[in-house]
Design a protein around this ligand. Structure first.
Ligand SMILES: Cc1cc2nc3c(=O)[nH]c(=O)nc-3n(C[C@H](O)[C@H](O)[C@H](O)COP(=O)(O)OP(=O)(O)OC[C@H]3O[C@@H](n4cnc5c(N)ncnc54)[C@H](O)[C@@H]3O)c2cc1C
Length: 477
């Protein structure tokens, strides 16, 4: 069968690209190995609870945010409801607590009230986040890490940690996170606020998938792409199979192929010489971190037992300075810093009336879990669940009595569903070196729409990359 475009993967990048192309009259085929569209942007049911796989908060959706334009173009706002979140986050370390508002003026004022000696540094930090992103890098540009930048403008270590409360949204270490990348992404949370998708991110993914189909495209679930066919130095199509019949190889052809799967995954699907040319460009590029989640279903909305915040970031007391963050992320789960999201603080619709859903999330690495027997893996997950439940009980007394269901999804679980190397959820690590690297090039009609492009990961990164990819293709043709 011949299509205008075949897309490998129905994550947000693939779905957004597919939706835009289908809207503009292109015949699109999306091949997705999972039984639902969305990649990280999915939900799953346990008992009466809808567990949100990925979304804690999505930045922006203000008038200046490009996602607003994208969603208007694709009719998303007509069918998907976005809930504004009450605050950015509640930072907690030992006895110190700080509520970070989304409004930058209020954030500055509240921070200055707590750290008066750092007024200048606080203002400099917010001015940096408000800067317009550089369109073209000047020749003499030296890209700093966030860690280096904070050290250069602020003395107080606690303040630096407060500002880095949500670092896990981007990376595992402030000293290897590009300042320019961070400033744009973090700036959007402060400019436009945070949003949750009512009833979970699956709503957005399902909407985009059905939009593709309504516009004449096809989204094939439970199908695995295996090879990208190349003819005359051009991508010619995709070889794939239905998961239930792996021996029956299907071949479909297209003028363009879009990869929503990881770049290393794409390299392994190309004929050797093209795969080598592609992988040469990112051979020494660091791959980003993964995440572990403890999914929780509660008998009551946690608001009723004293929970006051949507998003808590708990830093372990052993993290004294920015230099301790990476070691903490790689250290024991007893001390690992984490975030807790209480979805009952908004009308999330993840649980029936009178119940609620929450989730603990922390940076995680596959090596924490590899080489364990099935029994050891299961026991370790239970151990980790109990560690976090114990900590949550101290944060919100009585919480453990309200638990009706819990389950741990490790980085290995994530990897199994999205098939990324090292189970990475944000693509390549956004290091200063990566920021300075040129865009990765390959066959002229093989395109990338995912967290693995220069735009980076997160809901916003994936959505932008998908839209930009489709837009670029339409313009070229
Ligand atoms: C636990 C967790 C919490 C997160 N929290 C947030 C948050 O609060 N805010 C935020 O902005 N971001 C968050 N993220 C990150 C964000 O969800 C991702 O960066 C983003 O959704 C990635 O989108 P993507 O388009 O790159 O594709 P992915 O979501 O990686 O999906 C890729 C798709 O391709 C499919 N695929 C891969 N290989 C093949 C193949 N060979 N054949 C067929 N299909 C294939 C996979 O099955 C998958 O569906 C979180 C992620 C996780 C896991």
């Amino acid at each position: 069968m011949k299509y205008d475009t075949i897309i490998i993967g129905a994550g947000l990048g693939g779905l957004t690209a597919g939706a835009k192309l289908a809207k503009e009259g292109k015949k699109v085929l999306v091949i997705e190995q999972h039984d639902k569209p969305g990649g990280c942007a999915t939900t799953f049911k346990r008992k009466v609870f809808t567990m949100e796989v990925g979304l804690h908060e999505m930045d922006g959706l203000d008038a200046a945010d490009m996602k607003t334009k994208v969603f208007n173009d694709l009719g998303v706002f007509d069918e998907v409801e976005f809930l504004k979140l009450p605050e950015f986050y509640r930072f907690i370390q030992g006895d110190y607590q700080f509520t970070m508002p989304h409004n930058p003026e209020k954030a500055m004022a509240d921070l200055i009230a707590d750290f008066p000696a750092e007024e200048e540094g606080i203002k400099t930090y917010f001015a940096k986040l408000a800067e317009k992103p550089m369109r073209r890098l000047p020749d003499d540009h030296v890209e700093l890490s966030v860690g280096e930048y904070l050290d250069s403008i602020i003395n107080n270590d606690t303040l630096k940690l407060v500002l880095l409360g949500n670092l896990g949204y981007f990376h595992d270490d402030p000293y290897t996170l590009s300042l320019s990348y961070y400033a744009v992404a973090q700036g959007s949370y402060f400019r436009g606020g945070g949003n949750f998708i009512k009833a979970g991110s699956q709503k957005l993914s399902d909407y985009l998938a059905s939009f593709i189909e309504k516009n004449g495209g096809k989204v094939l679930l439970k199908h695995m792409a295996k090879e990208i066919l190349v003819k005359d130095n051009k991508a010619a199509g995709v070889r794939y199979y239905k998961n239930s019949t792996p021996d029956d190889i299907i071949e479909d052809y297209a003028d363009d192929v879009i990869a929503n799967n990881s770049l290393p995954g794409v390299a392994s699907m190309l004929p050797e010489e093209y795969g080598n040319l592609l992988s040469k460009q990112f051979n020494n590029t660091r791959i980003g971190a993964s995440l572990l989640t403890l999914y929780l279903g509660f008998k009551k909305p946690l608001k009723e037992i004293g929970s006051k915040y949507y998003s808590y970031f708990l830093y372990d007391e052993s993290v004294k300075t920015q230099t301790d963050i990476l070691g903490n992320n790689k250290g024991s789960f007893e001390k690992r810093s984490f975030t807790f999201v209480d979805y009952s603080q908004v009308d999330s619709a993840l649980a029936p009336e009178g119940k609620s859903v929450g989730s603990v999330c922390c940076i995680d690495y596959p090596e924490d879990w590899e080489n364990l027997s099935t029994e050891e893996y299961k026991n370790k997950k239970e151990e980790v669940a109990q560690i976090f439940i114990g900590k949550l009980d101290k944060l919100i007394p009585g919480l453990s009595d309200q638990i009706e269901y819990y389950e741990v999804g490790t980085s290995l679980t994530v990897g199994r569903y999205i098939l990324t190397p090292q189970s990475a959820v944000y693509g390549f690590a956004q290091t200063p070196e990566y920021f300075m690297k040129p865009k990765i090039e390959t066959l002229e009609n093989l395109h990338f729409a995912s967290a693995w492009t220069k735009i980076g990961g997160g809901f916003s990164g994936a959505i932008f990359s998908g839209y930009m990819c489709a837009f670029g293709m339409l313009r070229r043709r």
